[in-house]
Design a protein around this ligand. Sequence first.
Ligand code: AMP
Length: 344
Amino acid sequence: MSEVRTIGILGGGQLGRMLSVAASRLGLRCHIYEPGAAPAGDVAWRVTTAPYEDANALRAFAESVDVITYEFENVPTSALDLLESIRPIRPNRRALAVSQDRLTEKTFLNGIGLATAPFADVLTEADLDTAIAAIGRPSILKTRRMGYDGKGQVRIGAGPAEWTGAPSVLEGFVDFSAEISVIIARGADGQVAAFDPGLNVHEGGILRTTTVPCGLPGSVTTDAVLIAARIANGLDYIGVMGVELFVTPQGLIVNEIAPRVHNSGHWTQAGCAVDQFEQHIRAVAGLPLGDGKRYADVVMENLIGDDLDRVPDLLQTPNTQVHLYGKGAPRPGRKMGHVNRITG
Ligand code: AMP
């Protein structure tokens, strides 16, 4: 058995909350570090509420745990340096560095032979004109760092392009037929287990639904899993990772990677004996990976903002698992929970 008893989690949102629940089922406990409100704190052994600049709080947190993981990839480097001097961080720093910056990420992916949208580095307004000349229109200007749920993105159409002021990449527009994702786990011994690829539908840049099976041919889903495994091996990864892909007539294109459990993997709670949260806990705790085989067809739908009003009905719907995150008041665009509908 692993010697890990306590897992430190950076970030106290819904992902940290579901990781804590999964850890508790394996007899492990979690310590959450979160500067703001922490829905994960309700179900964790301990919570530290302190900024990422508080060296004393970071040190005490690290010393109270056996291994550190994260549910959110934009943890400041200085905090990670201090934490890593005390306890191991899994997934490793390279996985974080690669996924924190869209330029580094695309360069890494191309470097291991995987296709991405064509891209150009944009540091200044002058670079933007050069980049548009090289990449063409339509294209999408994305900030290199801190973008999520479509934030920090500007679509460049026929009109004048507006400079956002932040270091960015300009991405060529990919004419995809579908968006899929692979949730893959890699253990400390290099063992890999992938969940079935899910079909993702976004609305306003936010994930709306994930459907499994995704309905694409086996040649495409196999390719998707092989791509995810190549990324996990290339990063010497330990933990669960989400890989978002565009399906195009020319093959799969990697959109982005998330070095953590991923919203598009929530269906695994209803579709697999071991879900993505438990798989991540097993990996970072040095336990064997579990059986991620899918035994049901599932549609996961996010409950965003006022969707919360549907909960009384959803609670009475057959074959439906309701997950609520225990957050405060709903706001437009805020993820309040999700439902997993077992469809077959
Ligand atoms: P991202 O934050 O990079 O995952 O982008 C959010 C969403 O914008 C994606 O899920 C796609 O629907 C869309 N998108 C992002 N990049 C591109 C691209 N290069 N071409 C077409 N659509 C894109």
